[in-house]
Ligand binder design. Structure first.
Ligand code: PAF
Length: 286
């Protein structure tokens, strides 16, 4: 496994293999867990060369967010990548010009809701860095976790709108045995908070059960979900049902949708989502 720190070096190594080998790319901010490893395994199955980037992107953190505190665990991350058969880790020190970017990408509308509403500018930072990374790596496919559903949807739109020739693949959320979605931020949870955190997934499942038993009104499902959260003394930042592709809010579930939640448990802001598929759509296991 090669660890490469500069764009020039990565380009030099990839130039001779690009035309013959299929390249899969897994962008990350490090602090790798089983969820990331499942993305790498998928990449390994689909391509000849697997490249993982590890870069904590300052542009996607707001002024009061955890950029400085975000865990940097490069040695452990590199050992995990090696074990998963990753070919190259791209670990740049800084991707931004010293005096700042003169040109960046801006997400339109898709970031007015859900996490984007609470984190202004976050998705502009995500698409700007992912676009940079795509330009550097030029992969055939790129793999993202479904836990960040809004991020995945926005990156898919970026690929379509900007005519990128990269297949964007979503991988189902990887969960702890009690249902908690794996996240680098789970390490901020105290033991009590860790016990509480799986309630988020339980509430999503409870809402999906109600949908499968015939409730198709989004407002009614959200009311039931909020009541369950209140029982656990959890005040969500949002609990919403949206069309899975357009992210538009819905009143009745008539298209494949997602139930999405964000809530602070202690100091950790956790997110999760699950699909609401209509009977004719294949049910996804989460
Ligand atoms: O999902 C993440 O870890 C980040 O948002 C990403 C896609 C690596 C961009 O910094």
């Amino acid at each position: 496994m090669n660890v490469i720190e500069t764009t020039a070096e990565l380009r030099r190594i990839l130039a001779p293999v690009r035309s013959q080998q299929h390249i899969a790319f897994v962008p990350t901010m490090g602090c790798l867990h089983e969820g990331h490893l499942s993305l790498m395994r998928k990449a390994r199955r689909l391509a000849d060369i697997v490249i993982v980037s590890i870069y904590v992107n300052p542009m996607q953190f707001g002024p009061n967010e955890d950029f400085d505190a975000y865990p940097r665990t490069f040695e452990a991350d590199a050992a995990l990548c090696e074990k998963e058969g990753v070919d190259i880790i791209f670990h740049p020190h800084n991707l931004y010009p010293a005096d700042g970017l003169r040109i960046s990408l801006k997400v339109d509308e898709l970031d007015n809701c859900l996490c984007g509403a609470a984190r202004p500018g976050h998705f502009d930072g995500v698409v700007t860095v992912v676009n940079m990374l795509f330009n550097i790596v030029q992969p055939d496919i790129a793999i993202f976790g479904e836990k960040d559903w809004q991020q995945l949807s926005i990156i898919r739109c970026m690929g379509d709108d900007l005519q990128m020739n990269i297949e964007i693949i979503g991988e189902p959320t990887y969960r702890e045995a009690d249902g908690l979605a794996m996240s680098s931020r789970n390490r901020y949870l105290s033991p009590d908070e860790r016990n509480l955190a799986p309630r988020l997934h339980e509430v999503l499942q409870y809402m999906r059960d109600a949908f499968e038993q015939g409730e198709s009104s989004a407002a009614a499902l959200i009311r039931q979900g909020r009541a369950k959260l209140a029982d656990a003394a959890i005040e969500p930042e949002y609990l919403e049902i949206r069309d899975a592709n357009s992210l538009q809010s819905v009143t009745t579930i008539e298209t494949p949708c997602r139930i999405l939640i964000a809530a602070k448990i202690g100091s950790a802001r956790l997110i999760d989502n699950i699909p609401l598929d209509l009977p004719e759509h294949a049910m996804e296991t989460v």
